[in-house]
Design a protein around this ligand. Structure first.
Ligand code: BMA
Length: 378
């Protein structure tokens, strides 16, 4: 009988190789907590959509780093499930980011959000490693920054054999040191979702689709993951591939570096007009379908309202994201502005309709994901 069961199971495995396989991160050596997070998110994305907010824990338009303060919490009573952070200028060895946020305070808030049971995602608007070396670049708007697209040689210049390769290694060393410092009170590495080289389908960053070839983009990604994961032995990172708006799966996958280095297929799309709902619906349809096929996570990793609509959250965003297994939606930072601080009527951080989004059974904020114990074995 035993041998019959054994043969039966063996036959099943041979016929259907994915039978019994649980989804696993691209990093085969991922830490226990990172594997657990990956699996938790994979299951959770079928149940509801988490809310994420960039720099939510660092500042709002009228306040600057008050420990544990959050616009989302001020408005709804709960933290976002996903906290977004930005590492631009860490590569330069600076103490503060391109948005003047202290990296030490970012690390502190990453630890705090992990302790609360939330999810952490990190973006990186790295300076332009080629043009930033030219003093003349400072004379141009955005010269030397991530948005400097004046040269198409940049990506090639940081890859092995390129003239900025050694400098770029120094940048990655600095990233690595930051990631290795992200530990909880017991010294356990804190899992994070890292989303570098974002919005590849656009051409407004030096890694954009018309600024480098698809192969160069893919090589940049592969080199980065191999550096952090294989050379530096960092195993608490889930890697998010990301594009800006796209109209086909083929366009979405241009430059995709491969399932062995990617954990999440994410999309950024802002509402710039009436066609948004339909375009988002179509893009999320093919992106999430492809992600599930590949056992990957999904997210609408940047979105936002740009039309002044009163019911955008519940009337436009929610109905579309609820149709698909979207892990989270993240809205961008509420940039701090002196003029708002001084204003007699600085306005609220969110529109009233955000409460409808918050209250919907389809959305998940921190209290709901804390109950899921994302970092525990499943
Ligand atoms: C952009 C803008 C910039 C900011 C950058 C990185 O989209 O918000 O002002 O510097 O993100 O956070």
């Amino acid at each position: 009988m035993k041998s019959f069961i054994f043969s039966f199971l063996l036959a099943l495995l041979l016929i259907c190789p994915s039978y019994g396989k649980k989804p696993f991160p691209a990093d085969r050596k991922a830490t226990k907590e990172t594997v657990n997070l990956f699996r938790s998110l994979y299951n959770l994305q079928k149940k509801g959509v988490m809310y994420g907010h960039q720099d939510d824990l660092m500042y709002g338009s009228t306040w600057w780093y008050i420990k544990d303060r959050s616009d989302t919490k001020d408005f709804t009573g709960d933290y976002p499930a996903v906290a977004g952070f930005e590492l631009g200028h860490l590569e330069l060895g600076n103490e503060r980011s391109l948005d003047s946020v202290s990296f030490a305070q970012i690390a502190e808030q990453i630890k705090a959000h992990y302790k609360r049971g939330g999810v952490i995602t990190i973006s990186w608007h790295a300076d332009n490693p080629l043009t930033m070396q030219d003093p003349e670049s400072k004379l141009h708007r955005q010269g030397g920054t991530a948005w400097d697209v004046s040269s198409k040689e940049v990506v090639a210049s940081v890859l092995p054999g390129g003239k900025n390769h050694e400098m770029f290694n120094t940048w990655l060393e600095r990233l690595a040191a930051f990631f290795m410092g992200l530990k909880d009170d017991n010294g356990t590495p804190i899992p994070i979702i890292f989303r570098p080289y974002h919005e590849h389908s656009g051409s407004f960053f030096w890694w954009g689709t018309d600024i480098c070839t698809d192969d160069e983009y893919s090589d940049l990604w592969r080199y980065t993951v191999q550096f952090l994961r294989d050379k530096k032995n960092i195993h608490n990172i889930l890697y998010a591939y990301n594009t800006d708006r796209v109209t086909s799966l083929e366009q979405y996958m241009r430059g995709y570096p491969g399932d062995d280095v990617i954990d999440m297929l994410s999309l950024d799309m802002y509402d710039r007009g009436e066609k948004f709902g339909g375009e988002l619906d179509s893009a999320l349809g093919f992106v999430t379908e492809e992600a599930v096929k590949r056992n990957k996570l999904t997210a609408l990793s940047e979105t936002g309202e740009r039309r002044g609509m009163a019911d955008w959250w519940s009337g436009v965003l929610l109905p579309v994201v609820s149709k698909y297994p979207v892990g989270y939606v993240l809205t961008w930072r509420h940039a701090y502005r002196q003029k708002f601080v001084k204003s007699a009527n600085p306005g609220k951080p969110f529109s009233d309709d955000f409460m409808n989004f918050y209250k919907s059974p389809g959305t998940l904020f921190l209290k709901e994901v804390r109950e899921e114990n994302l970092y525990k074995r499943r």
